[in-house]
Design a protein around this ligand. Structure first.
Ligand SMILES: [Mg+2]
Length: 243
């Protein structure tokens, strides 16, 4: 393990910290995969189905659907994130086949595969996503990235809500490791940084500069220490080496 410490910084590195890390946990959307798939599903496929079902133009359908998304959005309401709720509400059938048909829209960020390749040699990698199992599974099929992860957690399915300190603690128990053995990284300040930190995990907030979540959470008063913000997963590799 001592070999993991970089030659450049033997004095600054704290050997004990790195020795204890066993698991690196990743958020999925905005961290591993970009928002292309979600846009294709929520902003294109659903309005398209609505326009066909209710025999109106796509433009009109988009207006109705997007207004409804906006109107019903509540921070704690898990239904809003559940496609079956919307497919039922709009009377447009079932979502499973539609979700699968759009799989070619899943896109990985360019730094994902090289980072996972390196990190998976030293650490157990897992995914913790707020998303539904169906979405997590099809996204992890992209370019075969599923093989780098030993486990995934679909929080919405398993816990009926979103990432919270309680959820992280339950996942630690399932993994059989202590909080200090895990680093979590993700692009949402609340779910991926503050909730993970509250549960005692190491955490990094990923700001790739393309996600709506980061902008939203910037509006809150709580600030993430700049040293715990990374711009991409290559940064994560460096931070892990220097922990
Ligand atoms: Mg995310």
């Amino acid at each position: 393990m001592a070999k993991l410490l970089t030659k450049r910084s033997p004095v600054r590195a704290r050997p004990g910290a790195l020795m204890t890390i066993k698991v690196i946990s990743f958020d999925l959307d905005g961290t591993i995969v970009d928002f292309n798939y979600n846009k294709a599903f929520w902003d294109e496929a659903i309005p398209h189905l609505y326009s066909k079902r209710h025999k109106i133009s796509l433009e009109e359908a988009k207006k109705i659907v997007f207004d409804d998304y906006k109107k019903l959005k509540q921070p704690d309401d898990a239904r809003w994130y559940t496609p079956s709720f919307w497919f039922q509400r709009f009377d447009i059938g079932s979502f499973e086949d539609v979700a699968k048909d759009l799989a070619h829209h899943v896109r990985l960020y360019h730094d994902v595969i090289p980072s996972l390749k390196t990190l998976s040699r030293k650490f157990k990698l897992v995914v913790i996503s707020n998303s539904l199992k169906e979405f997590v599974e099809l996204k992890l099929e992209a370019e075969g990235i599923g093989r780098y992860f030993s486990k995934y957690y679909s929080v919405l399915d398993m816990f009926g809500g979103f990432k919270s300190p309680v959820v992280y603690k339950a996942i630690l128990k399932d993994l059989g490791v202590g909080a200090k053995a895990v680093i979590h990284v993700g692009d949402d300040a609340e779910f991926d940084y503050f909730a993970a930190r509250k549960a005692g995990l190491h955490a990094f907030l990923l700001n790739r500069g393309d996600g709506p979540e980061f902008l939203d959470t910037n509006a809150t008063n709580r600030k993430v220490p700049p040293g715990n913000i990374i711009r991409n997963l290559n940064d994560l590799k460096k931070r892990v080496e220097n922990l």
